[in-house]
Structures are given as C-alpha cells and as structure tokens.
Design a protein around this ligand. Structure first.
Ligand SMILES: C[S@@+](CC[C@H](N)C(=O)[O-])C[C@H]1O[C@@H](n2cnc3c(N)ncnc32)[C@H](O)[C@@H]1O
Length: 214
C-alpha cells in the first residue's frame, strides 16, 4: 500500500500544486496560511511530508529555521525549485515513520495533508517517533481535508481496520487506490488527548487543523 502511495505522489509531483488553485478553497488556504505563520514564527520547525513545499513557502518567512522532509525525491525537487524568503530552510529525503535523517530536535512541527494517509494501525508508532524528534513543550500542528460531499473524491472502499480509500486518476490516465482517512474531531481527541497538552481541533470549510503541545 505504501508503494502505491509513493508511486502516486512521485508521478503527481509536477501537477500536485494544481489542487491549490481550486477557487472554492482559496479562503481556507488563506486562513491556514495565517494560522501557520502566526504559530510557527520564531520556531525551529520540523515539517513532515512537505511535498512540493506549498505550505513551507507560505509559513517559513518568519520561522527561525525549517527542516522539511518527504520520502519522495520528485516532490522535493519541486520544493527546492521555489523561492523562499528565509535562508534557513533545508529539504531532506526521509521517511516519516523513521525520521532517521532528523538528528537535531525541533521545537515545532507541521504535517499538512499527511495524517490522512497514515494507516490507523500505524498512527501511534508514527506519533511516538515524531515526538521523540521534538523538544518537550513543542507545538505540533496537523492540517488535513474534511470530507465535503460533492467536492471531495468519493470514498471507494473501507478495509477491515476502518481505513478508507479513494480512486484517484492522474493526467496520464493512470488510476491509483490511495488510503485517505478523514479525521474527525473525535478521532483526533481519541488519538492524542491522553498524551498531549492543550489539544485543539478547528474546522474551516474544506480543511481541519489540529494542534497541541507535547
Ligand atoms: C497529500 S501530500 C501532502 C504534501 C504537502 N504536505 C502539502 O500539504 O502540500 C502527501 C505527501 O506525503 C508524502 N509521503 C507519503 N508517504 C510518506 C512517508 N512514509 N514518509 C514521508 N513522506 C511521505 C508524499 O510523497 C507526499 O508528498
């Protein structure tokens, strides 16, 4: 399943940012941008699954530094080709489940549109590894899609663990079955409220964002 996800984002790298041109999502993009800029100002940020750097570019100007990671060289190539106002940004190829290349602890984390791709059975170990790479007191922010009827790609199936999937078609006509879980406020609280402080979950029209301190 992870191989399918990797292949899909590798092939989608050149067309990925088109999703952010959808007119109906511009207000949400603006709101999330403001939230990230404000929350991550002055922080040493570890970004997980940064993709083409769309959000890195949005929030990074006021961050102290950014280490942005993704396991796909193709998306990182696009991310590195963009202009950033902050010189303290590094893009590193790394797997979110191991973070082997992250050798210094950050004091903030942002993972956008990533938690929805994590299998339910892998969520806890992913979070444990992530938190081990952050200083105590760090702010962690997740943002992701809400399921919006008539706008989101429909769910094609649900597996025995409760993970849901979508069939996505790329411009070259290839079809990919992608794990995509739409995480509710209840899910987010169930996952994190025992182990973290100041847990918040907020919705805009198309996105949710959740944040807490470790
Ligand atoms: C929906 S995209 C989000 C990209 C970016 N965060 C954004 O919001 O525009 C998901 C990203 O997760 C990356 N990814 C998938 N599995 C990963 C893994 N195990 N480790 C690191 N990155 C992974 C993909 O390469 C892709 O760039």
């Amino acid at each position: 399943m992870d191989t399918e996800l990797k292949e899909y984002y590798k092939k989608r790298a050149a067309e990925f940012d088109e999703v952010y041109t959808r007119p109906e999502r511009q207000k949400d993009i603006q709101l999330l941008t403001e939230f990230l800029k404000h929350s991550l100002a002055g922080k040493n940020v570890l970004e997980i699954a940064c993709g083409t750097g769309f959000w890195t570019q949005k929030y990074s100007a006021d961050a102290a530094s950014v280490l942005a990671t993704d396991y796909n060289n193709e998306v990182l190539r696009v991310a590195r080709s963009k202009d950033y106002l902050n010189p303290n940004i590094r893009f590193v190829t790394d797997d979110a489940y191991s973070l082997n290349k992250v050798t210094t602890k950050a004091n903030a984390c942002y993972a956008g549109f990533w938690l929805s791709h994590v299998e339910k059975s892998k969520r806890n170990s992913f979070l444990r590894t992530l938190h081990e790479h952050l200083e105590p007191g760090s702010t962690v922010i997740f943002a992701d899609n809400l399921y919006v009827d008539g706008n989101s790609t429909p769910v094609s199936r649900r597996d025995s663990e409760g993970n849901t999937y979508q069939i996505r078609t790329l411009k070259d006509g290839t079809r990919h079955e992608i794990l995509k879980n739409f995480i509710t406020e209840e899910d987010f609280h169930a996952l994190l409220s025992d182990s973290t402080e100041n847990l918040h979950y907020k919705k805009s029209e198309y996105f949710w964002y959740g944040w807490y301190r470790i």
